[in-house]
Design a protein around this ligand. Structure first.
Ligand SMILES: Nc1ncnc2c1ncn2[C@@H]1O[C@H](COP(=O)(O)OP(=O)(O)OP(=O)(O)O)[C@@H](O)[C@H]1O
Ligand SMILES: [Mg+2]
Length: 229
């Protein structure tokens, strides 16, 4: 349903994502693993239209996204949770989530979002900047869900989050996948989280796929070797 073909992204002459091919199936969770600087953020930002791709195609339900601006991609069904969360710190929790509604016909936050993240309901009048890192990550996910995506992109969601909260996040994301019938692409460096959440694991090195394997067939030591410096 979401497909990359011969996909390339470059900053000027420097090619950072090279010849990437993969297909994301409905309701599938794919983890893209790679060390620092391997191209995870570049890939995510290009998929959501913040930086252009230089070659190849990216399609969602058969529709080519390549020439679309970010807001058009969101309207077509892509949701994005950026690395570092990028919560609007002076806006309230509720206002932060409402920014995700612009591509929909709704004007208030759907109830199911607050039932997925009860802490956000409790804190809905608080400023985003006053939340903890884990709460801000929930807020960033809630904001992305407000646009009713069919594919959710998350860029290193576990960064700076403590292990017990990471476990909780994996559980929540799997519930969201089931409740909302969506597919997820998550970039990561934390192997345990990827193993916890993903149906399929892709490893990238210098912008190229070096391993693409179903979760059930994973050779953990091999992946760990790719991730160790
Ligand atoms: N705006 C830019 N202009 C030029 N090169 C860039 C730019 N942004 C990133 N790069 C380079 O592209 C490569 C991939 O960076 P990217 O941020 O995509 O990696 P990453 O896998 O997300 O790393 P991390 O795990 O640290 O977040 C790096 O070599 C980086 O220096
Ligand atoms: Mg990154």
């Amino acid at each position: 349903m979401f497909e990359l073909k011969d996909y390339h992204v470059a900053y000027g002459q420097s090619e950072v994502i090279k010849n990437m091919n993969f297909t994301l199936n409905p309701k599938e969770i794919v983890a893209i693993l790679g060390r620092n600087g391997m191209g995870k953020t570049t890939l995510m930002k290009s998929l959501i239209g913040m930086i252009p791709s230089s070659k190849g195609s990216v399609t969602l339900q058969g529709k080519e996204l390549k020439a679309m601006k970010s807001h058009e991609r969101v309207a077509s069904g892509l949701g994005f949770v950026p690395q570092g969360r990028m919560v609007f710190s002076t806006m309230t929790v509720q206002e932060n989530i409402e920014t995700g509604l612009t591509s929909t016909k709704r004007n208030s936050v759907p109830d199911d979002i607050y039932s997925m993240f009860p802490v956000l309901q409790e804190m809905r009048k608080r400023r985003g900047g006053n939340l903890s890192g884990g709460q801000q990550q929930q807020l960033a996910i809630a904001r992305a869900l407000a646009s009713e995506p069919s594919v959710l992109l998350l860029d290193e969601p576990t960064e700076g989050i403590q292990p017990s909260i990471i476990k909780e996040m994996a559980k929540t994301l799997k519930q969201i996948r089931t409740q909302r019938n969506l597919s997820i692409i998550v970039s990561e460096q934390v192997l345990s989280f990827a193993l916890d959440i993903a149906d399929r694991i892709i490893v990238i090195e210098k912008g190229e796929i070096v391993l693409d394997t179903p979760r059930d067939a994973v050779d953990e030591s091999k992946i760990a070797a790719y991730l160790s410096v």
